[in-house]
Design a protein around this ligand. Structure first.
Ligand SMILES: NC(=O)c1ccc[n+]([C@@H]2O[C@H](COP(=O)([O-])OP(=O)(O)OC[C@H]3O[C@@H](n4cnc5c(N)ncnc54)[C@H](OP(=O)(O)O)[C@@H]3O)[C@@H](O)[C@H]2O)c1
Length: 249
């Protein structure tokens, strides 16, 4: 039986690369969650056209993580088709640069409140997994309170106040879920690194800087977790691919 993985925000950037990697594995079925079905269909077509493996096992579900109606419909769709879920990757996110009441509220809504609600809605399906269910929150080192205060950190002189607050909240949710689902679901916060994507409209700057990595590399880190290779780090804040590569909260 295939390992069933759901990736939110799977139509672009890190989510797309992650869907592509999972879909290419013979023992996985990847469900790309996209808030726009049109974008999702295009993304799946791009996976099929670029994949050397004709057998890419991938399907699409509409999911706007900020909509409870959309979340409930996605849960029902996956319950009807698969009856369970083995891996949930809460990847969808935004990175606004401004700081105001409405911008902070929207960012917290997408990056923290929504993944919490997605997890709560999909938890019954995760608990139906016949293997070891795994729950991954795609966070950021910018969400680490300890690293915020470290002058040696590469992002020490960057503000990112709105985004940092949202990812710090997300990290706490991951830590709380690790406790809540202890013995039942392995839970991880994961920083994908500094990655060339459309996030915050910084693609060109990142390409020019030459220090950002490709989404494919982040996908490998997520795959390693899904494979159980980092189960010993359940409840912690991971980055990169190898056991021991951890960030402080
Ligand atoms: N890139 C980096 O350097 C970096 C570093 C650390 C952490 N991260 C984290 O990695 C994750 C993925 O980011 P990315 O860099 O791949 O950015 P991206 O290319 O901008 O992709 C973000 C994805 O999230 C989706 N999304 C946003 N709001 C949504 C909503 N309400 N419902 C459903 N989907 C929604 C987007 O969908 P649409 O196409 O519909 O907008 C898109 O598919 C985020 O959580 C981000 O914080 C990224």
């Amino acid at each position: 039986m295939s390992i069933v993985v759901l990736v939110t925000g799977g139509n672009n950037g890190i989510g797309l690369a992650t869907c592509q990697l999972f879909a290419a594995q013979p023992n996985y079925h990847c469900i790309m969650a996209s808030r726009s079905l049109e974008k999702g269909k295009k993304a799946i077509a791009s996976i099929h056209s670029s994949s050397t493996k004709a057998s890419s096992s991938i399907s699409l579900v509409q999911l706007d993580v900020t909509s409870d109606t959309s979340i409930a419909a996605a849960v029902e769709d996956i319950r009807a088709k698969h009856g369970h879920l083995d891996v949930l990757v809460n990847n969808a996110g935004v990175c606004p640069m401004d700081f105001s009441r409405s911008v902070l509220r929207d960012c917290l809504e997408t990056n923290a409140i929504s993944p919490a609600m997605v997890t709560q809605a999909f938890a019954p399906l995760l608990l139906q997994s016949k293997g070891t269910p795994r729950l991954i929150y795609v966070s950021s080192q910018l969400g680490s309170i300890q690293m915020r205060g470290d002058p040696e950190n590469v992002a020490y002189n960057e503000a990112y106040k709105t985004y940092r607050a949202s990812k710090a909240a997300l990290n706490m949710l991951a830590a709380c879920d690790a406790w809540e689902y202890r013995g039942k679901v392995k839970v991880f916060a994961f920083c994908p690194g500094y990655v060339i994507t459309d996030l915050a409209g910084q693609r060109e700057d990142k390409e020019k800087a030459g220090i950002a990595k490709s989404p494919d590399e982040s996908a490998k880190g997520l795959f390693t977790i899904a494979e159980g290779k980092r189960d010993g780090e359940n409840g912690l804040f991971l980055h990169d691919e190898k056991p021991g590569e951890l960030y402080p909260w």
